[in-house]
Design a protein around this ligand. Structure first.
Ligand SMILES: [Fe+2]
Length: 476
């Protein structure tokens, strides 16, 4: 069989270099040096996940999916900060540690070890990749993979094991479940390479699976869906034409096929179990939702979905892509379940990603969204950002804080305890200085975000650029 993929050289993969380069040391360091002042009211743990291969990758490396997971945590209490990082330990990682080297290739390489190398249980299996997100639900802290079983970790970030929700969700869940702040339910979906290609489920506040997995009718091919949204009434899935093509992957090509002629569909899944409602439009790609909500209380009210819109799917990406990146703009879709139509508008054409709102607004009307953005500097890689943008959906105004030499990540909102406002709390993110690779944890006031951080916590070790995180207030 001929191969079209060039020979893999990990020393030339941009997402294994510079601010993205993985780290191997696990540390726990208290009383970190703070420039400025940490708000004393903030008591809790900021956690972030991200790809961090334990050993030098073999075969291929596809950002942002490949790589082992590493959790980075900053615990804030009484104006002091403590940092801890831990690998998410999967059976495959432990097998690689026994071997002292990578045994599984990157996803695109389809390299899997045989029974002689790893034993019969792990032989010819895909590697677990719980490296994308981290959430807390029903007292469980979950490191999340792309449509697979998450791994549960304890409060010290030590791995407990694979979580299949009491056996109810053996195929796993999305890396982007949505927790309803009103009902406490966690709504999830899962796509797969075999029928049923797409299912959705509801996990009750006590952690039991209360609905599903329910197949989504009308999906008859394997397709990639990265994120979802929630309203009080619906789970919202955006089905862009990104189809898995295993035959192409086996022949050395890409395992994802972009078929724009198929358009992009949105399905509204009534959370009460009613029939799905569909709408369709021309093709676009979406990695991440901002938030969604029902426009009003009426039956069949339209759904408003804010999201970051891309013209097509790309994964991986080389340094040269940064010069002519596809634009990810902040967009709004208004989906009318009665007519099956949707109307899309671009709210803000700045290049953005990693959108977040105050999580207490999820599924309900939000006002402010924070997003990572960039100033167009030539030294940034695809997926690297050097500014944060706050968009006000009521006024259409945007505010920006430019981080200079710092590369920043996803902004996460930490409310001020006891306050409902989404403007009295703080936005948090890790940042890495591109000039000296020093890493920082930043706390930015929501009231005046363009003034920049009120506190910069020096992390004494390098924190690679990563993906998604959360703020976990200390539970009383
Ligand atoms: Fe994501």
């Amino acid at each position: 069989m001929s191969t079209t993929r060039p020979r893999f050289d990990p020393t030339r993969v941009p997402h294994l270099l510079g601010s993205f380069a993985p780290v191997s040391e696990q540390v726990d360091i208290a009383d970190l040096e703070v420039t400025g002042e940490l708000p004393a009211a903030l008591d809790g743990l900021y956690l972030r996940n991200g790809p961090n291969p334990r050993f030098t990758p073999i075969g291929s490396y596809l950002y942002p999916i490949d790589g082992d997971g590493m959790l980075h945590g900053v615990r804030l209490s009484a104006g002091r900060a403590r940092y801890r990082n831990r690998f998410v330990r999967t059976p495959a990682m432990e097998a690689e540690e026994r071997a002292g080297r990578a045994l599984w290739g990157g996803l695109e390489s389809m390299i899997m070890p045989d029974a002689g190398e790893v034993g019969p249980e792990l032989a010819a299996t895909f590697k677990d990749l719980p490296d994308i997100n981290v959430v807390r639900h029903a007292g469980r802290l979950l490191a999340l993979a792309e449509s697979a079983c998450p791994f549960r970790v304890d409060a010290a970030l030590e791995t407990v094991g694979r979580e299949d929700f009491g056996g109810a969700l053996p195929a796993g869940i999305t890396a982007h479940p949505k927790i309803d702040p009103v009902t406490g339910e966690m709504v999830v979906f899962c796509y797969g390479l075999q029928p049923p290609y797409l299912t959705w489920s509801v996990i009750a506040p006590d952690g039991t699976v209360s609905r599903g997995p329910t197949p989504v009718e009308g999906v008859d091919e394997p397709m990639m869906i990265h994120d979802m949204a929630l309203t009080a009434r619906y789970a919202v899935l955006v089905l862009a034409p990104a189809f898995f093509d295993l035959d192409a992957a086996m022949a050395g090509g890409s395992f994802l096929d972009w078929r724009p002629e198929r358009g992009t569909r949105v399905v509204l899944l009534p959370r009460d179990g009613g029939p799905p409602r569909w709408a369709a439009d021309e093709a676009f790609w979406m990695w991440h939702t901002v938030n969604a909500y029902d426009e009003n209380q009426a039956e069949d009210a339209p759904v408003v979905l804010d999201y970051v819109q891309w013209s097509r799917l790309t994964v991986g990406g080389s340094a040269s892509d940064a010069a002519q990146p596809l634009s990810g703009g902040l967009a709004r879709a208004r989906i009318d379940p009665a007519s099956g139509s949707m109307a899309r508008t671009l709210l803000d054409d700045s290049r953005v990603e990693f959108p977040r709102v105050d999580d207490r607004r999820l599924g309900r009307r939000h006002r402010h969204a924070a997003l990572a953005t960039d100033t167009g500097r030539a030294d940034l890689l695809p997926g690297e950002y050097d500014a944060i943008r706050w968009y006000d959906t009521e006024t259409g105004a945007a505010r920006v804080w430019t981080a200079g030499n710092l590369s920043v990540g996803e902004p996460v909102y930490a409310p001020e305890p006891g306050r409902e406002s989404d403007e009295s709390g703080y936005w948090m993110t890790f940042a890495t200085d591109r000039t000296d690779q020093s890493s920082w944890f930043l706390v930015i006031p929501a009231q005046d975000p363009s003034s920049g951080p009120v506190a910069r916590v020096r992390i004494p070790v390098r924190v690679p650029l990563g993906l998604h995180g959360c703020w976990l207030p200390t539970e009383p």
